[in-house]
Design a protein around this ligand. Structure first.
Ligand code: NAD
Length: 459
């Protein structure tokens, strides 16, 4: 049994029955048997059912956002926009799946004895989708929609922090006409994910921490699971140049750092500021952070909910303590908020440096460190001084300067005058400890396909 607690109150929400190694094995068998028939349906039929899933999500948005808020503490307004954002992703995948699946004729054989060469794409088969809790709709949809569209079956292991959302996603997919054996939710914590990796699966798509992702990659390598895609953590930097608009940069970065209580993979976690703009930027930044409304996630006006996990408060407090001991200055917050919920005060530290855990390790909470730099080279050196490589951003009105800087950032996504942004049209990939492979973009559809080369000699 999984015990679910409401992060806003600490109270027990409910107990949820979990899967076992046996039930996981049976689920994979059922998916394996069902997959050929699903792949044999026309692409239009699969697309129509997934489009219907999008309509059902829209129908149930309010209830789904509330269900997510009570499990993870995500404010309902942010849950609603996450669910609303699924429509654009669905539309992209459905529009571009035909091109991704289209055969490619590389050489036509014109006469007897000549050999034509063609390339076709087939579904991988059975895909294990082990997911995180912070954006269960977004990170889930990026995997299971293109996987299902291209003819795969999916074993979906939602995070143990939001299994009710995982079940709701499955219920709506089934209501939309995706057979129960084609999309199967598996409920439980890490041991259920680990049990799934022992089964006859063709791919594993994982979203979560670097520590767990590494274990998944190790087991997948031992079992030679051919497709491994990992979306892991980050320590994403932003650099504010001296010619940036301090207010616009401050407002964008406060949102990027504190949205979803900083629990986004691509949250801004480090800010480098040119000395010339530091005072003006800080005034606007602190004003934007003070304007956050911390409160009940079910309240429409709340913009900062509790953390999803109680122990994360210990990690954040340890990062603050370490930073202060190494010379940082606390501008706001710095500690958990009193009360039964897992609330942490929005926290801002200046005078930070690369020796501090706050500037090196993922915080995954409402905590940000800032450091003043003297020039572009110093900013770039610090931005790239990380084991992670998910995103990096630059704020300046000068496009040429921004593009020159972004070309030198070692990250999968780079931003000019924006941050904390994922697009279905662009590949979402992490470098170094931030991941392997990609979702989204047309290449994120091909992630779920394997090529077959045809050599066709005319008799
Ligand atoms: P987590 O690593 O604790 O858990 C992720 C999933 O792995 C859960 O479903 C969990 O049950 C499962 N799991 C745990 N142990 C396992 C094992 N041994 N074998 C197989 N599965 C196992 O991560 P989390 O707390 O759910 O998510 C937060 C992390 O995810 C952060 O680091 C965040 O940056 C990252 N994240 C990355 C992206 C991205 O796109 N790069 C998106 C969202 C979250």
């Amino acid at each position: 049994m999984l015990q679910l607690h409401n992060p806003a109150t600490g109270e027990l929400l409910c107990e949820v029955e979990t899967d076992t190694p046996d039930s996981v094995a049976r689920a994979v068998d059922r998916a394996r048997c069902a997959q050929p028939a699903w792949a044999a349906l026309s692409l239009e039929t699969r697309a129509a059912r997934l489009k219907r899933f999008g309509e059902l999500l829209a129908r149930d948005t309010d209830a789904l956002a509330e269900e997510l808020a009570t499990q993870t503490g995500k404010p309902v307004s942010q849950g609603r926009s996450e669910i609303a954002g699924v429509a654009e992703r669905l539309d992209f995948f459905i529009t571009h799946a035909p091109a991704a699946l289209a055969p490619e004729m590389w050489r036509e054989a014109a006469q007897s004895g000549e050999t034509g060469e063609a390339l076709r794409f087939e579904a991988l088969g059975v895909v294990a989708n082990i997911s995180a809790w912070n954006y269960p709709f977004f990170v889930g949809v990026n995997v299971f929609i293109p996987a299902l569209l291209t003819g795969n079956c999916v074993l979906y292991k939602p995070s143990e922090l939001c299994p009710l959302t995982g079940r709701s996603i499955a219920r709506l997919l089934h209501e939309a006409g995706v057979p129960e054996e084609v999309f199967i939710p598996l409920i439980g914590a890490g041991e259920v994910g680990a049990a799934l990796l022992e089964q006859d699966i063709d791919a594993v798509c994982f979203t979560g921490s670097y520590a767990t992702g590494r274990k998944v990659a190790q087991r997948a390598a031992e079992r030679l699971i051919s497709r491994v895609q990992l979306e892991l953590g980050g320590k994403d930097p932003a650099y504010v140049c001296e010619d940036a608009d301090p207010q616009r940069a401050a407002e964008a970065l406060a949102d990027g750092a504190f949205y979803n209580a900083g629990q986004s993979c691509c949250a801004v976690e480090r800010i480098y500021l040119r000395a010339e703009i530091a005072d003006a930027f800080m005034a606007h930044f602190l004003e934007a952070v003070r304007a956050l409304r911390s409160g009940d996630p079910l309240d429409q006006a709340t913009t900062l909910g509790p953390l999803a996990r109680a122990p994360q408060r210990d990690l954040l407090e340890a990062q603050v303590k370490d930073a202060l001991a190494r010379g940082a200055q606390l501008q706001l917050g710095g500690a958990r908020q009193p009360g039964p919920g897992y609330y942490f005060a929005p926290s801002v530290l200046t005078h930070c440096n690369a020796e501090m855990a706050l500037m090196r390790e993922e915080s995954f909470g409402p905590l940000i460190g800032l450091q003043v730099v003297q020039d572009d080279d110093e900013a770039l050196t610090l931005m790239n001084d990380t084991r992670y490589g998910l995103t990096a951003g630059v704020f300046t009105p000068d496009r040429a300067r921004a593009e020159a800087l972004l070309a030198r950032c070692d990250a999968g996504s780079v931003y000019w005058n924006c941050c904390d942004r994922v697009s279905p049209r662009l590949p979402w990939s992490g470098r170094k400890h931030s991941g392997l492979g990609n979702t989204c973009g047309t290449s994120g559809i091909r992630t779920f396909l394997k090529p077959k080369a045809y050599h066709l000699r005319l008799p």
